[in-house]
Design a protein around this ligand. Structure first.
Ligand code: ADP
Ligand code: MG
Length: 420
């Protein structure tokens, strides 16, 4: 477990807090405030303790990388590109400060667009109980630098803004950056917020000591992005349900016909190894029994039901069929812990969303009968939200990459600094 804000006396202290306000922006307008809302309990708790100042910092996209990409695209399309306007619309924290001010119902002082350096006097001159927001940490190359000394330069500066460091940015916890990890070298204590605490409380035990039986449902597009998580989960899982695009690499490894389905031929060896390792560990591997297929990868493609593990040459599997769903129901029935990462079909296309919707319902039902249910991964979480079932899960992770790395059994820099 990690130490949290509850373990320190915050009265009269200056708090420097890393949040994950990396929300989607369009023309300076917040498109989805989930991440902002998720940080509110910790922010409100800190303010209730009578702190001197609470200074918030976050990244918001990656200004240098994003604008380079956008510029290249504009050049390719023969369009003009206004870099300043591009960054203003997507990467400045001022609109986020204004948004937070409304959500919080108290004033949020923006520390200025000139970056994160040289703000100590400004922060210390604010009246007690002030909330201050810094500019996007990624405007400074030190934030993400691979050189620890370079990161330390920014980290030291940020550390000078607080007597206590609070990290509640789970979504960035897998990054070893100045504002997420290096900073903890220069300000103690370092503790987690409630969001960080909840993420760790649900995700960590799945790898260390889950309440058994554990069933893992791993789907999504590619085997290559999920190898480590499959290997990590099969140590504790009674069953690994493998669905989505990645199932076809496994089916091909078993000698099935996969038609035009998504297959990573260079991962067939890996799939064979995982099948072998599962056998040794006594974990059942559950692959699709039947499918919903199509001739093309297209929202308007006509769905074809294929009552077999094998597909004809002209079709690609885009969702699991009813027999597979019935099998999932049986496998999930006795599970005390269920972890789900990756949709079992192309749920973005309505005609191929049923399998993923049924999985979401089965997992929600399991929560109802007392199982611990955890959903992680950007697209899986989007799916659960799309089907309106997020509140029916024990935990829906706010961090895609971070949750995956925790499930892989890795130590995350942004979490390790909160151990006290
Ligand atoms: P997550 O973000 O939850 O970790 P991934 O990013 O690994 O999930 O995978 C999500 C993507 O996998 C979705 O965009 C979905 O359309 C795709 N996908 C699911 N099933 C298939 C399939 N049978 N063929 C191709 N793509 C698929
Ligand atoms: Mg994804």
């Amino acid at each position: 477990m990690i130490k949290t804000v509850k373990s320190v006396n915050l009265a009269g202290k200056r708090v420097i807090m890393r949040v994950d306000f990396n929300v989607p922006m369009k023309d300076g307008v917040v498109q989805d405030d989930t991440r902002i809302t998720a940080a509110l309990p910790t922010i409100n708790y800190i303010l209730d303790q009578g702190v001197k100042t609470l200074t918030l910092m976050s990244h918001l996209g990656d200004p240098a990388k994003d604008s380079k990409k956008a510029k290249e695209k504009a050049e390719k399309d023969g369009k003009s590109f206004d870099e300043a306007a591009y960054i203003r619309g997507r990467h400045r924290m001022a609109p986020i400060a204004a948004y937070l001010e409304k959500k919080l119902g108290r004033s949020v002082i923006f520390a200025g667009e000139d970056g994160c350096y040289g703000k100590k006097a400004f922060i210390d001159s604010q009246k007690d109980g002030s909330v201050i927001m810094l500019e996007n940490t990624r405007f400074h190359k030190e934030e993400t630098s691979k050189d620890a000394l370079e990161r330390d330069k920014l980290a030291k500066e940020l550390a000078s803004y607080g007597d206590v460091f609070v990290n509640d940015a789970f979504g960035t916890a897998h990054r070893d950056h100045a504002s997420t990890a290096s900073i903890a070298k220069f300000v103690t204590p370092a503790v987690g917020g409630f969001l960080m605490e909840k993420e760790v409380r649900f995700l960590e035990p799945i790898v260390t000591n889950p309440e058994k039986p554990l069933v893992a449902i791993i789907g999504g597009a590619k085997v290559s992005s999920k190898i480590a998580v499959l290997e990590s989960l099969l140590k504790n899982a009674k069953a690994l349900v493998i669905g989505g695009g990645m199932a076809y690499t496994f089916l091909k490894a078993q000698g099935h016909e996969v038609g035009k389905s998504l297959v990573e031929d260079d991962q067939i060896g890996t799939a064979k190894n995982i099948l072998e390792a599962a056998k040794k560990a006594g974990a059942e591997i559950v692959l699709p029994l039947d499918q919903v297929a199509a001739e093309t990868f297209d929202a308007a493609a006509s769905p074809v039901a294929v009552d077999s593990r094998d597909l004809p040459a002209n079709l690609m599997g885009l969702d699991v069929g009813p027999k597979t769903i019935a099998l999932y129901k049986k496998v999930l029935d006795t599970a005390k812990t269920i972890v789900w990462n990756g949709p079992v079909g192309v749920f973005e296309f309505d005609a191929f969303a049923k399998g993923t919707e049924e999985v979401a319902k089965l997992v929600a039902e399991a929560t109802g009968r007392g199982a611990i249910t955890v959903v992680g991964g950007g697209d899986s979480v989007a799916a659960v939200n799309k089907f309106g079932l997020a509140s029916k899960m024990s935990h829906v992770s706010t961090g895609g990459g971070a949750s995956l790395e925790l499930l892989e059994g890795r130590k995350l820099p942004g979490i390790e600094v909160c151990r006290g």
